[in-house]
Design a protein around this ligand. Structure first.
Ligand code: AMP
Length: 630
């Protein structure tokens, strides 16, 4: 029996977790029996954490106590523009963290957005564990194709905090194409149009003999269902009497009520021609303020007029991506719609008009990404390599040059993994240091791109610029993460830098958050899952001790002691292996036996030899030390 492995679609509005069972991918129900979990985290007045559907309920009465749409801001650098963007979208304030990362003030606490995503992921982990009846660690997580390096890294960090081991980050459209391609046995050129709650992604893939090759990708990271909701909110505000219109547009509770009503109406208009919208208690909630109710009807035609500019924006991005890829609409055989927003009839209609053919039917736009992630996860674990994913760089990468420009080294839509090299000359003679600044983005102007980091080469002896060529090598992994090396070709001196994720949380903070999440998880997990997780930790400790003993044996020059230590190492190795098999098959008798024998071995190993004891951090809780389990 294999350890369970899951695919996770961590969405802006909703998330889903899926797995492959009996050769078929399926979305796992959450513990309330639903396939989609709202990506919401809130805190009650008693300080109790609520996630998903419970948080959605809380948001009705206490919007500022619930974090919503955090995916829009994760991994981004805090700046006043972002705060401005957030003000119109979410009812909680964004603050700057110590590394320039974004934090949210929710119910009186300041939380890094990475932690909020970790809490959503933690909930999905609990749901999957309730399904399997055992701990779940391994997963594939999807991200929008246009997520940059920082956003990908922050998502991975969130997974780590949640006690998950990410096998691979996969782009959402690619995952969708995998799920569809495998079930329909489709071969040819597919366009994936993915409009979710907060982001828009569009990709072209070529599917041939089990190889899914992304050819081009584009999108708008700040275009999604939230913007459609806001268009309706503005219309609703215009229906209020002038006095309340003013106050309601500045009142968080009123705005949240209108947003919930607007989103509901948007969904209804995907089915019917008219939606009735009611919301009460709108206006000034301060002392002496007056409140009004709204009860209006919104026709589908009026809704379409309100959101037409947003739909046009998504089509412009699609056209531009196709132009860049030199693909004409007639070259596309299959159009796959992904994301809840593609249920909006106007979007389906406009996409069909652009391509002269309707999108495929029978694909659940809310589930297809998680299903594809699950397929890919199970293939990675089985290592049968049935499908091969070849993705592309979603952004160009370049080096800052004198005068504020950027020289591109890896072009957008280059196939990844990729390695690219370029030789630069220092900006002036006489320098003994060169600072190579790395940018991600499409602009020729450095300041309009995202700065990823810098490599500092010191000890240069530059008399003349031309004497000191500097070679910069970029490596883009298959997950879209970047590393850079810079070499002084004259001296051979080289400086390698994995791009420092400036918006990542510090190692100490991650450790503390991971421990906090592990404690929460232990509290929420089913007793059986908890027991298995605790057993895994015990095995992990046994394995840590085994490694410490192995190192001690290598260092020892006392033959007798070395022989005894090597024997202990072998006994521990065999016992941990036996324990892992017992845990996977939930063989309780064997687990008990292993626990006792492990205790004896640990006592034997450390008796009189404190230096042999396991080194490293003590376990942080039932889930904390388990990332390398079985
Ligand atoms: P996703 O990020 O893929 O979960 O997309 C969620 C977005 O899709 C949210 O903005 C939802 O309001 C929207 N959505 C979900 N279902 C529908 C529907 N039936 N009609 C219109 N919009 C929908």
């Amino acid at each position: 029996m294999r350890e369970p492995v899951v695919g996770i679609d961590l969405g802006t509005s909703t998330s889903a977790v899926a797995t492959v069972e009996n050769g078929k991918p399926r979305v796992l129900p959450n513990r309330s029996g639903r396939s989609l979990t709202p990506s919401l985290v809130g805190f009650t007045t008693e300080g109790v954490r609520v996630v998903g559907d419970e948080a959605r309920l809380l948001a009705v009465s206490r919007p500022a106590d619930v974090a919503a749409a955090t995916k829009r801001f994760i991994g981004r650098r805090w700046d006043p523009m972002l705060v401005h963007e957030a003000r119109t979208l979410v009812p909680y304030p964004l603050l700057e963290g110590p590394n320039g990362e974004v934090r949210a003030r929710i119910a009186g606490r300041v939380l890094p957005l990475t932690q909020i995503s970790a809490m959503v992921l933690g909930e999905l982990k609990l749901d999957a564990e309730a399904h399997f009846g055992r701990p779940v660690h391994k997963c594939v997580i999807t991200v929008p194709a246009n997520f940059d390096d920082n956003q990908r890294a922050a998502t991975k960090q969130a997974a780590h905090i949640a006690g998950l081991h990410v096998l691979r980050i996969v782009n959402e459209p690619t995952a969708a194409a995998v799920a569809y391609g495998l079930t329909s046995k489709f071969e040819g050129k597919a366009l994936v149009f993915d409009l979710g709650g907060g982001t828009f992604d569009v990709s072209i893939l070529e599917v041939e003999s089990g190889v899914f090759q992304v050819q081009a990708t584009g999108g708008d990271p700040v275009l999604g269902g939230e913007d459609f909701d806001q268009a309706v909110v503005r219309w609703l505000l215009a229906q209020l009497p002038l006095a309340q219109r003013e106050t309601a547009s500045r009142d968080m509770l009123s705005l949240q009520r209108l947003k919930i009503a607007a989103e509901q109406a948007k969904r209804e208009l995907s089915q019917g021609d008219e939606a009735r919208i009611t919301a009460s208690g709108l206006g000034d909630h301060g002392p002496g303020g007056t409140l009004v109710d709204v009860d209006v009807r919104l026709s589908r035609a009026e809704f379409e007029r309100l959101v037409e500019p947003l739909v046009a924006r998504s089509l412009d991005v699609t056209r531009q991506m196709m132009e860049e890829a030199r693909v004409a609409p007639k070259d596309i055989q299959i159009i796959l719609l992904v994301g809840g927003m593609t249920r909006v009839p106007l979007i389906r209609k406009r996409v069909a008009e652009l391509f002269g053919k309707p999108p495929v039917v029978g694909v659940n736009p809310d589930e297809v990404v998680a299903l594809g992630a699950a397929v890919h996860a199970s293939e990675i674990v089985a290592q049968d390599g049935e499908t091969l994913l070849i993705d592309v760089a979603s952004h160009s990468l370049g080096v800052g040059v004198y005068g504020g420009g950027v020289r591109k080294v890896v072009g957008k839509n280059s196939a990844i993994p990729a390695v690219a090299r370029e030789v630069f000359l220092p900006s002036a003679g006489g320098q003994n240091k060169a600072r190579i600044v790395i940018y991600q983005g499409e602009s020729d102007q450095a300041e309009q791109n995202v700065k990823l980091g810098e490599v500092l080469l010191s000890d240069l002896r530059v008399k003349h610029r031309a004497d000191t060529p500097l070679e910069v090598t970029f490596e883009l992994s298959s997950e879209g993460t970047v590393s850079v090396r810079c070499m002084d070709l004259t001296s051979g001196l080289s400086e390698a830098l994995r791009i420092t994720q400036r918006t990542e949380l510090s190692a100490d903070e991650v450790k503390a958050l991971r421990a906090e999440q592990a404690a929460y998880h232990a509290d929420q997990a089913h007793p059986e899952t908890r027991e298995l997780a605790e057993f895994e930790i015990l095995l992990e400790q046994g394995d840590t001790l085994r490694r410490a003993l192995e190192a001690a044996a290598r260092r020892s020059d006392d033959e007798k002691e070395r022989t005894a230590t090597v024997k202990l190492v072998e006994d521990l190795r065999a016992l941990v292996h036996l324990g892992r098999t017992a845990g996977l098959s939930k063989n309780r008798a064997q687990m008990g036996d292993v626990t006792v024998r492990l205790g004896t071995l640990v006592a034997e190993a450390t008796a009189g030899h404190p230096a042999r004891g396991p080194s490293g951090d003590p376990p942080v809780g039932p889930d904390g030390a388990s990332s390398s389990a079985a």
